[in-house]
Design a protein around this ligand. Structure first.
Ligand SMILES: NC(=O)c1ccc[n+]([C@@H]2O[C@H](COP(=O)([O-])OP(=O)(O)OC[C@H]3O[C@@H](n4cnc5c(N)ncnc54)[C@H](O)[C@@H]3O)[C@@H](O)[C@H]2O)c1
Length: 444
């Protein structure tokens, strides 16, 4: 486990042990901001770096832009005197550890978009100095840390493993989950060499209850993808079962409840209107892309993607049938209220939300569409669904509900008044098993 002595590593290890190391979190989004908060809370000084000046400004004035990180949290970070946000890259030279939490989306051709990771590595390389620890946290294909980040950093003339230290540690944040906060989620750490791994493990070990060192950066990168592929494939499986059981007149949710009583060998996943969020619909395709390089086709991943992306269309077909049966008319003469546009319950994140695909399918078939979401007052600009930006959430009251032929439950936020919906909606099509099967509720 122990690498030969290095003066740079030894002095960094001491600064980490004393909590004297300055930690820079690069990319202050859904992952970076909670991570920065966790380091501040455990006694480190944190320099947050983001290229978005609006975020830096918000943090400097004690405001949060992420619903589950309250303004009080940000205010407490600032009040500690150990947190500062900046968009000045020259400041990165002062950090002992630099943690990269920038986006890793897909390009229009569904290939890994490394732009943000590359830009960040170049920024760090410009001020890299001996004794710094760089950790990539962004989700990515196995090999990225050593094949993409390391060569850029080494252009500085410094060497990984002796001058600076490079590691990969995937983020496992589950936004909004109160049972598993950053410090309670075991943290995988792989290094470019044992020194880097041990330094990164020591750093996270200052506030994460369980750190799990693994053999290499690749193992940690591949483990993160495996976790998300596991979810994508299992969600696709229950989505497929939903189609089969619905056609047979069986409620898939009651089937899953029943199967979940088996105390071993089964894990319940829930079907829904389609995948959403920044991770599960995207990350599996990072492996698909890399697999082609070694001549392997990831058929499970492709199939899961196909089934999951077909769900919005299935839901719209179910809705059309239900409206036809109830009112004897087609979608083109109907008004539909989407309940929830966030990709999952109790968050305000709409990235990759299936609500948008459903919305566009409904409009393409002539329906008039509006939405209510207690956490999304206005639809933000998105790359794929630009025309929906600026649409406002309607107030949820009896007259709103009664004004639509159907209410389509896309996201089952706890903050929605479900009794009001059940009492006043003319027809509810429920993709989340949220409402009891009353006469006006159709599962989808
Ligand atoms: N959101 C999640 O629940 C989650 C969970 C696990 C892993 N991840 C992964 O973590 C990474 C970050 O995701 P996120 O959800 O926090 O994204 P995000 O979009 O919320 O935040 C990314 C931040 O990086 C900033 N940024 C972009 N380019 C930058 C640059 N060159 N330098 C500095 N800052 C830059 C953006 O302004 C933004 O504030 C991704 O790889 C994602 O797959 C996300």
């Amino acid at each position: 486990m122990h690498a030969p002595a290095s003066p740079h590593a030894a002095s960094l290890a001491t600064r980490i042990a004393d909590r004297a190391a300055i930690v820079s979190v690069i990319g202050l989004g859904y992952v970076g901001l909670p991570l920065a908060r966790a380091f501040v809370e455990s006694g480190f000084s944190v320099l947050g770096f983001d290229t978005d000046p609006a975020k830096v400004e918000a943090l400097a004035s004690g405001r949060s832009y992420i619903r589950h990180i309250g303004a009080d949290s940000v205010a407490a970070m600032i009040a500690s005197g150990r947190f500062e946000a900046t968009s000045d890259p020259a400041r990165l030279a002062s950090a002992d550890a630099l943690l990269i939490c920038v986006p890793t989306p897909l390009t229009r051709h569904r290939e890994p978009d490394m732009t943000y990771v590359v830009a960040t590595a170049e920024t760090i390389a410009a001020t890299l100095r001996p004794g710094q620890l760089v950790v990539l946290e962004s989700t990515t294909w196995p090999g990225t840390t050593e094949e993409v980040v390391k060569p850029i950093l080494e252009r500085s003339g410094l060497r990984s493993g002796s001058d600076f230290f490079l590691a990969y540690s995937p983020e496992r944040e589950d936004p909004g989950n109160r049972d598993f906060t950053t410090s309670r989620i075991p943290k995988l750490v792989g290094g470019d060499g044992a020194r880097a791994r041990d330094l990164a493990a020591a750093l996270y070990g200052r506030f994460v209850e369980t750190v799990v060192p693994v053999e290499s950066c690749e193992v940690a990168e591949a483990a993160k993808l495996t976790e998300n592929i596991f979810r994508a494939v299992n969600i696709a499986l229950v989505n497929e079962l939903k189609l089969v059981f619905t056609a047979m007149g069986i409620d898939v949710h009651r089937v899953i409840d029943a199967a979940a009583t088996k105390p071993f060998g089964f894990m319940p996943f829930r079907p829904g209107p389609g995948l959403g969020g920044h991770c599960i619909p995207i990350d599996p395709f990072y492996l698909t892309w890399k697999a082609h390089e070694v001549g392997v086709h990831t058929r499970f991943i492709e199939l899961a993607g196909e089934i999951n992306t077909a769900m919005p269309r299935w839901v719209v077909d179910r809705l059309a049938e239900a409206i036809d049966r109830r009112f004897g008319k087609g979608l083109s003469r109907s008004r539909v209220l989407l309940l929830g546009v966030a990709y999952k319950k109790n968050v305000d994140d709409v990235r990759e939300s299936p609500a948008f695909a459903i919305w566009e399918l409904l409009e393409a078939r002539g329906a008039e569409v509006a939405f209510h979401d207690p956490h999304v007052p206005v639809i933000p600009p998105t790359r794929a669904h630009g025309p929906l930006a600026g649409r406002r959430s309607l107030a949820l009251d009896p007259s709103t509900l009664e004004g639509f032929e159907a209410v389509l439950v896309v996201t089952d936020h706890d903050a929605i008044d479900w009794r009001l919906v059940a009492e006043h909606a003319r027809l509810v099509v429920d993709t989340r098993d949220r409402l009891a099967r009353a006469a006006n509720v159709v599962p989808a």
